[in-house]
Design a protein around this ligand. Structure first.
Ligand code: SAM
Ligand code: SF4
Length: 343
């Protein structure tokens, strides 16, 4: 009997439970550390990317992700780096889509910068993806070019059109930045809601060395929310995804707005997620240096049982919570970049 044959019987109870009793049902998989953009809060201008030998093949990524699904993970988000620049990435989507439904997975989704969505929206839909998160920090083409160090907003907007035409639901993610896009956020939110998209604002997190001091970038979402409340009515929604976002409905636009506040408030007690990097490293907390090397286990020829044991051991040691800090001269809370970990 394969692990899959046992799935229906065991799926009614969480199999991956950490030392604090939290069930882990959500896996984010970063399929590459590379990207066609260089967002100022995410990467330095001249990044050194991982040598190919360190990066898992798509087959290895599929096997590892499959092991998590065997163990009760019900939602997988493919991310990066920019996932759509990874050659052959649709093969991974198609392979994972075969694990949907009775095979264990409720949702297969993606976070992307949108530059290649025009090409990929329809194949993604065909592979069972129904929702995508697209990162857009401003609707001003010049500021977009500066923030992304060279990105073309027009391409992203064309990608969003293609996503809509393909039937994908879209959530716009924007990192709130003090000087760069604070003034653009109300227009961005109103535009997203006008398009029928949800929107989520994110506080910049101290991950990896970049070229600027994050103290200058950081903007508390408490301040942003107060600003929005001076002209909009924000109605709290009782909606939790097991993640750090808290949601409101904007009465005037009718749209949904999320706030991800890892610095001004963390919600670690509800955390249901872990992150797998493209090198097979499992990070059980975004804001800690903890790491388990699943590539070594995989490449040593582990069978499924051994792999499951390694995953269970890593989850068992998931830290209780993070302690992000941004301050003048403070080093990043974690050395790895968000593009390595997968946001
Ligand atoms: N390239 C894709 C994209 O931009 O959507 C996927 C990967 S990106 C690392 C995932 C998300 O992390 C994006 O929404 C991005 O804005 C966010 N992000 C990157 N660096 C961040 C940081 N230091 N703090 C907060 N969010 C960050
Ligand atoms: Fe690339 Fe996404 Fe990082 Fe921007 S946030 S540099 S698009 S990985």
């Amino acid at each position: 009997m394969t692990p899959l044959d046992t799935a229906p019987a065991v799926r009614s109870r969480p199999l991956l439970v950490d030392g604090f009793g939290r069930a882990v049902t959500y896996l984010r998989v970063s399929v590459t550390d590379r990207c066609d953009l260089r967002c100022v809060y995410c990467m330095s201008e001249h990044m050194t990317f991982l040598p190919k030998a360190q990066v898992l093949t798509l087959e290895e990524l599929e096997r590892l992700t499959g092991a998590f699904i065997d163990l009760g993970v019900r939602k997988v988000r493919i991310t990066g780096g920019e996932p759509l620049v990874r050659k052959g990435v649709m093969d991974l989507f198609r392979a994972l889509s075969r694990r949907m439904g009775s095979q264990g997975l409720d949702e297969l989704t993606l976070t992307t910068n949108g530059t290649r969505l025009a090409e990929f929206a329809w194949p993604l839909y065909e592979a069972g993806v129904r929702r995508v998160n697209v990162s857009v920090d401003t609707l001003d083409p010049e500021r977009f070019r500066r923030l992304t160090r060279g990105g073309d907003l027009g391409r992203v907007l064309a990608g969003l059109e293609a996503a809509r035409a393909a039937g994908l639901s879209v959530k716009i993610n924007a990192v709130a930045l003090q000087d760069d896009n604070a003034a653009d956020l109300p227009d961005l939110i109103a535009w997203a809601h006008g398009q029928g998209f949800d929107a989520t604002l994110i506080e910049a997190m101290p991950m990896g060395e970049i070229d600027v001091d994050r103290t200058d970038q950081f903007l508390s979402l408490k301040t942003v929310r107060e600003g929005l409340e001076s002209f909009w009515t924000l109605e709290d929604l009782d909606l939790t995804t097991g993640g750090p976002a808290r949601y409101v409905r904007v009465a005037e636009t009718g749209g949904r707005l999320g706030f991800i506040t890892p610095l001004s408030h963390n919600f670690c007690e509800l955390c249901n997620r872990v992150r797998l990097t493209c090198t097979g490293t499992l990070h059980t907390c975004l804001g800690r240096e903890d790491a388990s090397d699943l590539r070594a286990v995989l490449r040593a020829g582990a069978g499924d049982a051994e792999l499951h044991d390694a995953i269970r051991a890593a989850i068992g040691a998931k830290p209780q919570g993070h302690d992000f800090r941004i301050g003048r001269d403070a080093p990043p809370s974690v050395q790895r970049h968000m593009s390595t970990t997968g946001g």
